[in-house]
Design a protein around this ligand. Structure first.
Ligand SMILES: *[C@@H]1O[C@H](CO)[C@@H](O)[C@H](O)[C@H]1NC(C)=O
Ligand SMILES: *[C@@H]1O[C@H](CO)[C@@H](O)[C@H](O)[C@H]1NC(C)=O
Ligand SMILES: *[C@@H]1O[C@H](CO)[C@@H](O)[C@H](O)[C@H]1NC(C)=O
Ligand SMILES: *[C@@H]1O[C@H](CO)[C@@H](O)[C@H](O)[C@H]1NC(C)=O
Length: 618
């Protein structure tokens, strides 16, 4: 029986090969050049009331279609999406928008920006912001806009505040008004801050789409702009973050910048940079060059101080604050193992220990040595370097998760330090030691911040054993620590901390972790699941983050792992719409196309047929 099946299969294979050979030969003999007219589809897209953009079943290259709004038939799916539905192709969905369904051809060369009422302090940054959006528009046609256009687009930008500070108090709201006047398009942007104006500019670019008539020349591309729009917009949450881990695997600067571009496209505003961990220390410290010498994977896997400074600037122009995290006292090993050699004693313990299971969550182990005063001196130098780099007022993340008491307990030096201090060597004693570390580290951070002219600011810290409701008030001052809660959804911790008056950032690991589904028993969250999660509306929930831990990702798959899923969280945190994923998906498809134009490689959302037939796949 098995033999027979095998035989049949083999026959099939031979049969196939024979047919293929015949085909090939046949082609050689009487080959007819297929004419493109016969074989290439020439779909058009209709915007239908409840259905969104639908590929037309009876493609008829109508001439006036793209411009013909009364008919709502488009030659380009991108243009269809930009006008179809109450929020067109906007992502994240603004709070309110009224969009015209008419479009006009436009060309970025005919874009003029006028900074009316913009304080001197903000002008330079506004100019840079306009450069970013102009180049994003060219990118929509792959840098080659072939259509000649004569309609100028005038953009008047009015910003009230001279402040360039990016904090939780930054006013990000904006008004965007687009009108079609006699023979030009006039755009008015008004915002309190440059960052609000930047968000308006981003929304403005989302009112423009590439028009590539499929049935004309494939290589032609022009842009069309919605001729009327009124958008009034502001974020629901002030903290809309993305964590990127660059320690487990190094992520080159250009890939980080591309990630920042994606965040800017989705109005996310905090790049939480988990730059170091026990695996590697790629961050250059001018005062402590040993960190990279002993901690970087290679000479090519280091972020120089200059690169970091440039990244911070790059992010600011895109309305994004860079929050550097130096995880501590756990998650610190490689980069800290040179103390003995320099006469400083052990700066960290358990570093790269062989039998790791009792000493850390994953290899390689390592925890800072809180018994060694030299460790605090080195930490101070590192903090000073960071304080000098980041603009004030700075937001810093001290890490603070997953301390393995067994690691500290395995060090005689630490245990005897504890005995001298009168700490028990039971769990609570080690918790005291852990809290003492944070209190000393915070004091050092404060001192170094003030030394560079800054002021005391709260810091971020991960939830942990230390932040349990029965302990936290003994150790962490609610004015100084914002708790980043990464417990699973089922955990009551977030609610408990809110009830106690702590400010929080929410990042439920079983739903907003982008690495889940790639290791162990973790479950992958698709964008719909990520989008479906809603945070409590409480003034002490500053916002949320989505996390790309890098154990199983590097630059090769970064974009597909992060995008467009992070954008789902971006919209949840920006406007927190009550409508479900069905209202979002066509806009997400447009966002994906936009990210691709800007050089990202976002993962696919659906079969392309579904993308061409909104609402027909759910
Ligand atoms: C479209 O219209 C232009 C002029 O308006 C005409 O030259 C052209 O032949 C028309 N094409 C089709 C496919 O009808
Ligand atoms: C739109 O299409 C309809 C039907 O083909 C046509 O009658 C009308 O003139 C067109 N309008 C414009 C502005 O081209
Ligand atoms: C731009 O597109 C035109 C028209 O298809 C083509 O002739 C030209 O070579 C392109 N230019 C570049 C720089 O790609
Ligand atoms: C630390 O080690 C001692 C001696 O082995 C043990 O009695 C104690 O329970 C340990 N403490 C913790 C928190 O594990």
């Amino acid at each position: 029986m098995f033999y027979e099946i095998l035989q049949v299969r083999m026959d099939w294979q031979w049969a196939l090969i024979v047919v293929l050979v015949h085909l090939a030969q046949g082609n050689e003999g009487n080959s007819v050049d297929p004419t493109p007219d016969l074989y290439e589809p020439s779909w058009v897209y209709k915007c239908e009331p409840e259905e969104g953009c639908q590929r037309s079943e009876h493609p008829q290259p109508t001439n006036s279609s793209a411009a013909n709004s009364s008919f709502m038939v488009f030659e380009s799916l991108d243009v269809c999406r930009t006008v179809c539905g109450p929020f067109g192709g906007l992502w994240p969905r603004p709070v309110t928008a009224v969009l015209s369904t008419q479009t006009l051809k436009m060309h970025p060369n005919l874009l003029r920006f006028a900074l009316t009422n913009a304080p001197v302090e903000t002008r330079e940054m506004l100019v840079e912001m306009t450069h970013v959006i102009t180049s994003n528009l060219f990118a929509e046609c792959n840098g080659n806009i072939t259509e000649m256009v004569e309609t100028p687009v005038m953009v008047y930008i009015s910003v009230k505040s001279p402040s360039l500070e990016l904090t939780w108090d930054t006013d990000e709201q904006y008004l965007l008004d687009v009108q079609n006047e006699v023979d030009n398009i006039v755009v008015h942007i008004s915002a309190e801050t440059v960052y609000g104006a930047r968000h308006a500019l981003e929304s403005f670019t989302q009112l423009i789409a590439p028009d590539r008539p499929e049935f004309s020349n494939q290589h032609q591309c022009g842009l069309r702009i919605v001729t009327g729009a009124k958008i009034r917009d502001k974020p629901v949450y002030k903290h809309r973050g993305l964590v990127l881990d660059t320690s487990r695997n190094f992520i080159p600067m250009e890939d980080i910048k591309r990630t920042i571009d994606g965040m800017a496209a989705t109005k996310m505003n905090v790049f939480h940079w988990h730059v170091t961990d026990s695996q590697s220390f790629p961050l250059e410290s001018r005062r402590v060059p040993q960190f990279t010498k002993y901690g970087a994977y290679s000479a090519n896997e280091i972020y120089s101080t200059e690169e970091v400074r440039e990244l911070i600037r790059y992010a600011r122009i895109r309305g994004i604050r860079v929050v550097i995290e130096i995880d501590s006292p756990a998650h610190a090993g490689n980069g800290w193992q040179w103390g003995k050699e320099y006469g400083f004693g052990d700066l960290a313990v358990c570093v790269n220990a062989r039998s790791w299971r009792h000493l850390c969550i994953e290899p390689p182990c390592g925890q800072l040595n809180p018994a060694n005063p030299a460790m605090y001196r080195v930490l101070r130098d590192l903090y000073r370097d960071i304080a000098e780099l980041v603009p004030q007022p700075a937001l810093f993340h001290v890490g603070g998760d997953e301390v393995y008491l067994g690691c500290w307990n395995s060090s005689e030096e630490i245990v005897s330090y504890m005995k001298n201090k009168g700490f028990d060597t039971d769990t609570e004693g080690f918790i005291r030691l852990w809290a003492e570390f944070h209190s000393k580290a915070l004091q050092i951070w404060d001192e170094e911040t003030m030394a560079v002219g800054g002021q005391q600011q709260p810091v971020l810290i991960w939830s942990s054993e230390l932040t349990q409701p029965e302990r936290i008030q003994n150790y962490l001052d609610k004015k100084r620590y914002i708790i980043e809660v990464w417990e699973p959804l089922s955990s009551p911790l977030l609610t408990q901390l809110l009830r106690m008056g702590y400010k929080t950032i929410s990042i439920p690991k079983d739903i907003w972790y982008l690495d889940h589904g790639f290791w162990g028993k973790t479950k992958y969250s698709n964008w719909r699941r990520m989008y479906g999660h809603v945070l409590p509306r409480d003034p002490n929930v500053l916002g949320g983050e989505v996390a790309m831990w890098s154990e199983y990702v590097d630059a090769q798959a970064l974009d597909t792992r992060v995008w467009p899923r992070a954008a789902a969280v971006g919209e949840r945190l920006w406007s927190d719409p009550r409508s479900g994923f069905a209202a979002a998906e066509p806009r997400l498809q447009r966002l994906r196309a936009r990210l691709r134009a800007r050089g990202l490689r976002p993962d696919v959302v659906s079969p392309e047929w579904c993308a061409q037939h909104d609402a027909r796949c759910y």
